[in-house]
Design a protein around this ligand. Structure first.
Ligand code: CA
Length: 329
């Protein structure tokens, strides 16, 4: 409660703020309900919505012919049968790049549970079996239409959370990925902070560009990896808050590897930023967390405004048990 009052004070002091803020935290389905079905497939997205996620994440890369598709990496070989279907299309480094395949070619791929591209071992052995399912990849536009349809059928809003992946890489391949994504968002009716949409990116220069050069007026989140703590040191948060509405930090930056809560959330709130850390996983807990619930407990106590999770069902269930779950999302 103290945090909420404090945030209200922050709103009064800082001027306009994103309308999407909530306590207790919003649940963002990381690549869909990716603990249960292959990441970024539409079934994984539908399951996430069915499990009560407030937002569903889309990682976005571009095909060779410049179509934004929903895929976590610039590589295809850890989540698809590209090596069998298109032998000989790897680059010198042995990897298969989405940027080398047209959308028509990408549509021929089976998308499967994530595995080590070198030896085929599943990353999370207890999850959906790698050799099952005939799932496919979706374009960003297809996924947004799918979620909008689901939202209408269910009669409740479903937020989206697209990430611009590796903008510099895409520029080298002749694609302005941010512009491509913003065009799709505009056509889908996402334009202002009132829309349930956060655009996220790791690249600070690109986050500034998205706001200033491309004129994005919706919610914007600066992602910060565990190895980029310098971005949020000193006056870093104030610089981020100049253009962004939120911070998407690695979990370790909120609760350190030693189990101590850092001052990041408090400092981010003081700068006027919401905080949505990543990624809460039952099958890959930080050392200090004995259970998924304990992880959520600690993040909740730290005052985060949202959590990225592979397990939306568990996060929603945890939240439902909180005394102040007022459904204010
Ligand atoms: Ca992401």
């Amino acid at each position: 409660m103290a945090i909420r009052c404090w945030v209200a004070l922050g709103i009064a002091m800082m001027g306009p703020m994103p309308v999407i803020r909530a306590a207790p935290p919003i649940v963002i389905a990381h690549r869909g309900a990716s603990a249960y079905l292959p990441e970024h497939t539409l079934p994984a997205k539908a399951l996430a919505v069915g499990q009560g996620a407030d937002f569903v994440e889309q990682d976005v890369v571009a095909s060779r012919d410049g179509v934004p598709v929903v895929l976590h990496d610039i590589h295809l070989d850890g989540v698809s049968d590209v090596a069998e279907r298109f032998p000989g299309r790897a680059r010198a480094d042995g990897r298969f790049y989405c940027a080398d395949f047209t959308l028509a070619e990408l549509r021929l791929l089976s998308i499967v549970e994530r595995f080590h591209h070198r030896d085929g071992r599943q990353i999370y052995p207890g999850r959906f079996p790698k050799d099952e399912g005939r799932l496919t990849l979706a374009t960003l536009e297809e996924e947004l239409r799918f979620l909008a349809g689901l939202s209408r059928a269910l009669g409740r809003p479903v937020g989206i959370y697209p990430e611009i992946k590796q903008p510099a890489f895409h520029r080298r391949h002749g694609h302005d990925l941010s512009r491509l994504v913003l065009d799709v968002l505009a056509r889908a009716g996402h334009a202002t902070r009132a829309d349930r949409c956060y655009v996220q990116c790791f690249d600070p220069a690109e986050v500034r560009r998205i706001r200033h050069e491309l004129g994005w007026q919706g919610n914007l989140v600066q992602l910060v990896g565990g190895d980029a703590a310098d971005l949020v040191a000193g006056d870093g948060l104030a610089r981020i808050a100049d253009v962004a509405d939120g911070l998407g930090p690695a979990l370790d930056l909120v609760v350190g590897p030693d189990g101590r809560t850092t001052d990041l959330v408090a400092r981010a709130h003081a700068a006027g930023l919401v905080v949505h850390p990543w990624t809460a996983r039952r099958d890959d807990l930080p050392r200090w967390a004995g259970s998924f619930d304990e992880l959520m407990e600690r993040l909740g106590a730290a005052g985060v405004d949202g959590v990225f999770t592979d397990f939306p069902d568990l996060a929603v269930a945890w939240r439902a048990r909180q005394p102040d779950d007022g459904g204010g999302r």
